[in-house]
Design a protein around this ligand. Structure first.
Ligand SMILES: N[C@@H](CCSC[C@H]1O[C@@H](n2cnc3c(=O)[nH]cnc32)[C@H](O)[C@@H]1O)C(=O)O
Ligand SMILES: [Zn+2]
Length: 432
């Protein structure tokens, strides 16, 4: 399948300056050629033509930390601190969820991701085989991991998670990759974490974990072990693997050096950290120290959506506030954090740049339809600081169009809305 995208107003990719008036040729899963419209006559052979007049093209956004099925809990538990939110609301709800519920809750989240220009995500949840079915069907790219909480999951859960990680890696034409995911150092003991670490090393799998999210978590570790969660994990070499660490909000002296030394991949979730009042992560310091930072939305229940544009604007403005420095996170940095840094975080090669030889995961954004794109001084600024995700018009993943002119090509919206609504409300009724 060859797709030709012509008349592109501008292409933004973090490896180069903005390119104007271009075409892109996609062949099968790969970006084959990018050139100026003056040379379009050279391209005679293609199956599908997209006219990108008045549109800009960017790599798809990569959401590096989420629990997609938690979309079912949108608006179910608000305005609470992390420990109470988990223990009083979220975990009781999750104890009633079956794998069909996860399927439909995830489907609801996938619609939102596609419609807001996300082409890849990293999910930590349960019933991952069902999530994988949806990744396959939707056409999205995902890094999937069964989340493990030791008291609930134990050895059996570990075996299942490892089995999943080994069996599903590279499925769906390579769109699915896998990791192991101990939930957090406060929900998994040292022996359990060591077992997971050794399995990850043996099978060359990355490890996805929540880390130093709340002040309480850090204080509990300081009281119990006289060291921070970061130091605690480092002391038994937990960080030897590729580590995707969500949050990293609260650091003790010496922690940043540990993150840097171990090449920890920080997934920053500013809206979740705001909603649960966990604080503002020291992202500027991470960036200055060349620690790779990407962005996650976390689950909808702590957000309450999956919109990466909103997340990025919040990330940037919070850093400006925290450091009283308007340059703390500029538009170029936002572009990197939303795209190429996400690919690095998920250990995926040849992804997230608009460049020949790279996977064709990209989005077309209309810059003439909505008032917030006017005037056109700087479209990247307009996109990150002014626009809404409804300007995302067409989404391509792995060379396949999954949304065109805002029409979803792979998912049945009506059916998904119906099932997700029915199941979510039925579960909340069981709890009351
Ligand atoms: N197998 C586990 C599920 C782990 S999935 C990942 C878990 O992370 C939880 N979670 C979601 N957001 C956050 C957060 O911000 N901090 C900590 N945990 C979270 C989520 O509710 C889910 O229970 C079990 O049987 O409970
Ligand atoms: Zn999370």
């Amino acid at each position: 399948m060859k797709i030709l995208i012509k008349n592109i107003a501008e292409i933004y990719s973090s490896d180069s300056k903005v390119k104007k008036n271009q075409f892109i040729l996609i062949e099968d899963q790969i970006i084959k050629k990018i050139d100026s419209m003056a040379k379009i006559d050279q391209i005679k052979d293609y199956d599908h033509l997209i006219d990108a007049q008045d549109k800009i093209v960017l790599p798809g956004f990569i959401n590096t930390h989420t629990h997609v099925a938690m979309t079912m809990m949108r608006g179910y538990a608000d305005d609470m601190p992390l420990d109470r939110w988990l223990q009083d609301k979220i975990w009781p709800f999750e104890s009633k969820i079956n794998s069909d519920d996860i399927y439909w809750g995830t489907a609801l989240g996938l619609i939102e991701m596609i419609e807001s220009g996300t082409t890849a995500f990293s999910d930590m949840y349960f019933s991952m085989d069902r999530v994988a079915d949806l990744v396959e069907k939707s056409g999205l790219r995902a890094c999937l991991a069964e989340g493990l909480i030791e008291v609930n999951d134990g050895q059996k859960g570990f075996d299942k998670a490892l089995d999943f990680a080994l069996n599903y890696n590279q499925r769906a034409e390579g769109r699915i990759s896998t990791m192991l995911a101990p939930h957090a150092p406060y929900t998994c003991g040292k022996d359990y974490l060591q077992k997971i670490k050794r399995a990850a090393q043996e099978h060359d799998l990355g490890v996805h974990i929540h880390l130093s999210e709340s002040k309480k978590e850090v204080n509990d570790f300081l009281n119990k072990y006289q060291k921070s969660p970061v130091k605690y994990l480092d002391d038994f070499n937990f960080f030897d693997n590729h580590i995707l660490a969500a949050h990293c909000v609260h650091l003790e002296p010496g922690d940043l050096e540990i993150l840097k030394k171990n090449n920890i991949q920080v997934a920053h979730n500013p809206i979740s950290n705001g909603k649960l009042a966990n604080g503002i992560a020291p992202i500027s310091d991470y960036l200055k120290n060349n620690i790779n930072v990407s962005i996650g939305t976390d689950g909808v229940s702590s957000n309450n959506n999956l919109d990466m544009l909103e997340e990025a604007k919040m990330a940037s403005y919070l850093q400006k506030i925290k450091y009283e420095d308007p340059t703390a996170m500029d538009t170029q940095t936002i572009l990197e954090i939303l795209t190429i840094n996400g690919a690095t975080a998920l250990n995926l090669d040849n992804l997230a740049l608009i460049k020949p030889g790279y996977k064709a995961d990209l989005q077309l954004i209309d810059i003439k339809k909505d008032s917030f794109f006017y005037p056109h001084h700087n479209n990247l600024s307009n996109l990150f600081y002014a626009a809404k995700a409804s300007s995302v018009e067409t989404v391509i993943v792995n060379g396949k169009i999954i949304m065109e002119d805002r029409e979803l090509k792979t998912l049945d919206k009506e059916k998904i809305y119906y099932e997700a609504e029915k199941r979510s409300l039925a579960i909340s009724k069981q709890i009351k």
